[in-house]
Design a protein. Structure first.
Lengths: 192, 207
């Protein structure tokens, strides 16, 4: 057996990691081999020095435990909050869509809109006054002109499932035009 | 091995301190945060020690320990053997430590000034091995040996140093060290043997 192999056995003997069936044989070798005994002592001295001379830095364990626990609590709260927050790209897209919608609404509000009879009248801006011409403008109630105007897209009518434009025409909003000034009548179906 | 002292209300284990690891895991999964706090108290010292031995930097070790406990808390439901939560946590600690060592990415969220004791070295200058012991009760010869030991450890190959510190100093089971170092138990024995032999050569008469 080489010297290195003997020293390896001495190292394992020092650590108590020899297989049980080899301990007795190694002890016999140690009795007869001074070099092997010296190697065993070296391993024990180095082990003692390592354990004695490389301590952990001083730690306030109670405060560390508190800090770790607090960190978990904070992280979990943040994770719950994050579930109800849109991701950044969605927030950007929503903001851009809002700006675009406001621009469209503002544009339409500044124009005088001309209504034409159509199976799909389209979205009407939430304008405070609308000048209407065409066949619809000739309808009247008690001498007062009445037109049916849908002011919301199908999917946003409160309390109603998404509908096609044709279906919405059954329950439209009404804009009464009297004396040139429109009086908005809330749509009982939309609540607006 | 010193035992952690816990005297604060937040992590007071009075109601859960006598429970087994398996019971604590079960309670945690049922929503009992105090049960997990007891696990923190029970394993924080070993977690810091393992991470510190792998990273050689106490600041990094504390950050990794924090991350490891958070990761353990969030993935506790994946633990197949609740009774082995200690070893499972140490694997998380060691994996995060080794990743940290590879990436050398430093994050700081813990109030380290409150956590580190008055004699602890605060090293933020990158990874270094253990500072010399500045305990005034130690004699000069002891301090010199400590410094030489640190210098010698720094010269060892990484696997030998890791095996020595985890097995010889922290006295982790060889099987656990083998899992951490991703090698066989026989390889751990060989690394320990070669590491100690090399240290003896480097330290020479100082030993």
């Amino acid at each position: 057996m080489t010297t290195e192999k003997r020293e390896f056995l001495a190292s394992q003997y020092a650590d108590g990691t020899l297989d049980a069936d080899r301990v007795e044989a190694v002890e016999a070798m140690l009795r007869d081999d001074a070099t092997m005994r010296a190697a065993l002592e070296d391993h024990r001295r180095v082990t003692a020095a390592l354990r004695d001379r490389t301590p952990l830095p001083a730690i306030r364990w109670d405060q560390l435990a508190d800090a770790v626990s607090q960190n978990i609590e904070s992280a979990e709260e943040e994770r719950v909050r994050g579930r109800f927050r849109m991701p950044a790209f969605a927030r950007w897209a929503a903001g851009a869509a809002t700006v675009a919608a406001c621009a469209v609404v503002g544009f339409l509000a500044l124009r005088q809109t001309s209504f034409k009879e159509s199976a799909n009248p389209g979205l009407v801006a939430a304008a405070r006054s609308i000048v209407v011409t065409g066949p619809l403008a000739e309808a009247s109630i008690d001498g007062k002109p009445v037109i049916s105007v849908s002011i919301a897209p199908p999917t946003t009518v409160a309390g109603l499932p998404p509908m096609a434009w044709d279906e919405l025409q059954i329950a439209p909003s009404q804009v009464l035009v009297a004396g040139g000034e429109p009086t908005f009548v809330p749509d009982p179906f939309s609540g607006q | 091995m010193e035992r952690p002292v816990n005297e604060t209300a937040r992590t007071q284990p009075s109601a859960t301190g006598d429970l087994t690891d398996a019971d604590l895991v079960a309670r945690t999964l049922q929503g009992d945060r105090a049960a997990f706090d007891t696990l923190i108290v029970r394993y924080q010292r070993q977690a810091v020690a393992v991470s510190y031995r792998l990273l050689g930097n106490i600041n990094d070790a504390l950050e990794v320990t924090q991350d490891a406990f958070l990761k353990a808390y969030r993935s506790l439901n994946t633990l197949q053997n609740p009774a082995a939560v200690g070893g499972w946590m140490m694997r998380i600690v060691s994996n995060l430590s080794l990743n940290h060592r590879r990436g050398r990415k430093v994050r700081s969220q813990l109030p380290l000034d409150d956590v580190l004791g008055p004699q602890a070295e605060q090293n933020s200058a990158g990874a270094e091995w253990m500072r010399a012991d500045h305990d005034p009760s130690r004699n000069l010869a002891g301090r010199e040996l400590g410094e030489k030991l640190q210098q010698a450890l720094a010269q060892l190959p990484e696997k030998q140093r890791d095996a020595l510190l985890l097995f010889t100093v922290e006295q982790l089971p060889q099987k656990q060290v083998a899992e951490i170092l991703d090698c066989s138990v026989e390889a751990v024995k060989w690394h320990v043997f070669q590491g100690r032999k090399k240290l003896k050569e480097l330290l020479g008469d100082a030993m």
